[in-house]
Design a protein around this ligand. Structure first.
Ligand code: HEC
Length: 156
């Protein structure tokens, strides 16, 4: 008898954990807030990529210290993407460019996050060498991992 009770408690725990992991927005307000937070992460990624792109194209002065700073921030932000995109807002009418696939093809989405994590870590490493050509190539690698996710998971 005691065993059965323990087993059912364990089962209930597993069940509630998997529901918590799915994290579907509970109300319009929750969906709205989650969408704002999600877009904030990407907005910050954009603000750090802007100067990197400008330097890679020679539009702004090359500055290794600034490159290191932006690469580090992009790397740190990459660790936050999973958490801030977890809440499924697809059943609510929120203004978003996120495709519903984000909450369906979670393995592929995780791969895209990993690609950004790795390309930004690579840029951090290459920046330390001061080699302008190699740094520009590494910036291109970061840009590619942004676009690689957008192609699959963001509206055009
Ligand atoms: C793992 C997937 C993924 C990666 C990697 C990614 N993005 Fe995005 N990005 C998205 C999605 C999804 C949206 C749509 C967000 C929304 O509207 O809900 C988005 C939106 C944006 C936006 C618009 C934000 C806004 O205010 O609505 C910008 C800017 C952006 N991304 C820049 C970048 C840059 C720069 C990088 C690389 C440094 C990057 N993203 C990497 C998935 C990704």
């Amino acid at each position: 008898m005691k065993l059965i009770t323990k087993a059912s408690v364990a089962f209930a725990l597993v069940l509630s954990t998997s529901i918590a992991n799915a994290d579907v927005a509970k109300s319009e307000k929750h969906a709205q807030k989650s969408t704002e937070l999600r877009q904030s992460i990407f907005s910050l990624l954009g603000s750090n990529m802007g100067p990197l792109g400008g330097m890679a194209k020679g539009k702004i002065d090359f500055d290794v210290k600034a490159i290191e700073k932006h690469a580090l921030r992009i790397n740190q932000l990459s660790y936050m993407i999973a958490d801030y995109t977890r809440t499924d807002t697809s059943t609510f009418n929120v203004k978003t460019d996120t495709l519903n696939k984000v909450w369906q093809e979670t393995d592929l989405f995780a791969e895209k996050i990993k690609a950004l994590n790795e390309s930004s870590a690579n840029l951090m490493k290459v920046a330390k060498t001061g080699d302008e050509g190699a740094i520009k190539k590494a910036i291109g690698g970061v840009g590619k991992s942004c676009g690689g996710c957008h192609d699959d998971f963001k509206k055009d």
